[in-house]
Ligand binder design. Structure first.
Ligand code: BTN
Length: 281
């Protein structure tokens, strides 16, 4: 870890330390966080959440770690999760919904994180479809949703959220694409309060989603926050890729892209990656 990060960590230690008790005191949600599993170190909060969901954890249980030794990102990438500098957490859900609708919950969480940052910390974050939260064109938060299905029913869904909070330095491969709340606002916030803010917003957004099991009630909000809106993008699908202009999402959370040949395509999140042509977004 670079010297600046160690300094940030040191100055932040007492002000922003986390424990089960501190997290329980900070949580003001109605159903999320009734069970909190806090760990100083985990390989990945998603891995731990999956195990807990199989054994004893209920809908709404939250797994939080100070550091992850094997944090995982989308498409098999690693997720940097050092001590003291971020929120690394996973929410366990056991919803009675159609399997095909589950992937939209990632977009619901993206709205919650963006709103929590904007409304609580005066930021102007946006969502890079489908679920990266960006500030000033750089990534501040990533979301990894995993699902367990048995006999055509959802056993549980784990939504893993990684938010860069106090990070000052990023590894050179990502330093031009990543930022943190502190870097953007120059304000030190308490991670336990941020966790509560995100989960309070998620409870609101989840209720809207559950009305129709789709994003009908959140279309306007998501499209207002859509960083790719009217931007040129390159869509990578397996071995092929094409360029076009991203317009908006639909009720299923698909990104509507106008290809350069005039054709309109609905891009489904799955294994697709969408990159900005003139930058990260
Ligand atoms: C991405 O943008 O690629 C998704 C990153 C998700 C990272 C979070 S950190 C908490 C949870 N545990 C993990 O191992 N990954 C997610």
């Amino acid at each position: 870890m670079k010297a600046d990060n160690l300094k940030a960590l040191d100055e932040n230690k007492d002000y922003d330390s986390m424990s089960t008790e501190k997290l329980e005191n900070a949580m003001k949600c109605s159903w999320i966080g009734q069970e909190i599993y806090y760990f100083d170190t985990l390989d990945s909060t998603n891995n731990q959440a999956k195990m807990l969901a199989e054994s004893k954890a209920d809908n709404g249980a939250l797994v939080v770690a100070e550091v992850q030794t094997n944090g995982r990102g989308r498409r098999g990438r690693a997720w940097e999760s050092p001590t003291g500098s971020g929120v690394w957490m996973s929410l366990i859900l056991k919803p009675e919904i159609e399997i095909t609708n589950a992937s939209m919950l990632t977009l619901v969480m993206a709205i919650a994180v963006a709103k929590a940052c904007n409304e609580n910390y005066g930021m102007e974050t946006l969502i890079k479809w489908p679920n990266d939260i960006v500030a000033d064109g750089k990534k501040i938060c990533g979301i990894l949703t995993e699902m367990s299905v048995e006999n055509n029913r959802i056993n549980h869904i784990v939504i893993g959220i990684g938010i860069n909070v106090n990070t000052l330095d990023f590894p050179s491969e990502i330093e031009d694409k990543a930022t943190s709340i502190y870097k953007e606002t120059k304000v030190k916030i308490k991670r336990a309060e941020l966790i509560n803010a995100v989960m309070e917003k998620f409870e609101e957004e989840y209720a809207l989603f559950m009305e129709n099991q789709n994003l009908k009630k959140q279309l306007e909000t998501y499209n207002r926050l859509l960083a790719n809106k009217d931007k040129r993008v390159r869509v990578f699908e397996g071995n092929c890729n094409y360029t076009g202009v991203a317009r908006r999402i639909n009720e299923k959370g698909e990104l509507l892209v106008e290809k350069d040949n005039g054709e309109q395509v609905n891009v489904y999140a799955g294994e697709v990656s969408v990159r900005g042509i003139y930058g990260y977004v």
